[in-house]
Ligand binder design. Structure first.
Ligand SMILES: Nc1nc2c(ncn2[C@@H]2O[C@H](COP(=O)(O)OP(=O)(O)OP(=O)(O)O)[C@@H](O)[C@H]2O)c(=O)[nH]1
Ligand SMILES: [Mg+2]
Length: 280
């Protein structure tokens, strides 16, 4: 049951339940791509290993995952490619590991982004979650380390949080597997479009900002056709973000987008931008 659904919905809900089949590295042509994002040390690789059967490095210190890793699982009759990303505190961060995560979240066009947060320091972790909700509707919050939170006397109103954020929120203990069946059901529902989240969005209430953004977005789209998240990039440019400015002036933004589009096409057996429509 989604924390966004009424309790009675379970009886009639078409979202599949039951175990996933671990596919390891043998993803083949995936129906959906899942990104695992979150702050360092929140349990992303532990979730990844449980779902795929692979053995990504895990341990109790931040910064273990330094490159993206891919694996697969089958669930509800669909094949999912899941991408384990390095931990990152912000989509604006620029350290090399964090850049890997940021670029995949922004340009990898995942069908669902699972934001894995540490239930013990929710406030700090929600910073990244809120940034991700500015760029995608298709997100699920995995409220991980619930065993430790319970032991520490931390209580979280997951339903209330889900209402506030506008996305499914699933309490989990990835180390033991608690909550993962529901996480799978939510990933499937969001990736397939059976459930359409309406996430919390910041209001751009500064006078003239909308118009300025529109002009920058139009120029970005003209120079980089098919660019994902053009509005996010335009906002960074208006803020004076020098790293993003350099990506635009050197043209690397175009190659990044193209790289991710071709990887996505290879994973799904479709071509370029049309792949989303074919799979939708
Ligand atoms: N108690 C508890 N420990 C967990 C849970 N999930 C993961 N861990 C532990 O937390 C530590 C970090 O887990 P990882 O999966 O490596 O975290 P990560 O988010 O991939 O970390 P980075 O790759 O460094 O960003 C490991 O020691 C895991 O065993 C959980 O639900 N409960
Ligand atoms: Mg990791």
């Amino acid at each position: 049951m989604s924390s966004a659904c009424p309790p009675s919905a379970c009886d009639t809900c078409a979202v599949p339940r039951g175990p996933a089949q671990r596919l390891g590295l043998d993803v083949g042509k995936a129906d959906y791509v899942v990104a695992l994002a979150g702050n360092p040390n929140t349990g992303k690789s532990t979730v990844f290993n449980r779902l795929t059967g692979l053995r990504q490095h895990t341990g109790n210190w931040p910064g273990k995952t330094i490159a993206r890793a891919e694996g697969g699982f089958a669930y509800g009759g669909k094949r999912f490619k899941i991408v384990d990303l390095p931990g990152t505190y912000s989509l604006r961060s620029a350290s090399p590991d964090e850049t890997v995560a940021r670029e995949f979240i922004l340009f990898g066009k995942p069908d669902v982004t699972v934001v894995v947060v540490d239930a013990n320091c929710l406030e700090r972790n929600l910073n990244l979650a809120l940034q991700i909700l500015q760029i995608t509707d298709r997100a699920v919050l995995c409220l991980n380390l619930m065993d430790e939170a319970r032991a520490n006397g931390v209580e979280i109103d997951a339903r209330g949080l889900s209402r506030e954020l506008g996305i499914p929120v699933v309490p989990c203990t990835a180390r033991s597997g608690e909550g993962l069946p529901q996480l799978l059901a939510e990933m499937h529902a969001v990736a397939s479009g059976a459930f359409k989240p309406s996430p919390y969005r910041l209001k751009l209430a500064v006078p003239g900002l909308r118009e300025a953004l529109g002009r920058v977005v139009a120029r970005l789209r003209a120079r980089f056709p098919g660019l994902a998240n053009a509005e996010w990039i335009a906002l960074r440019l208006l803020e004076g973000d020098s790293a993003v400015g350099e990506m635009v002036s050197t043209g690397t933004l175009g190659s990044l987008s193209a790289d991710h589009a071709s990887q996505e096409a290879a994973a799904t057996g479709t071509t370029g931008a049309a792949s989303k429509e074919i799979r939708a």
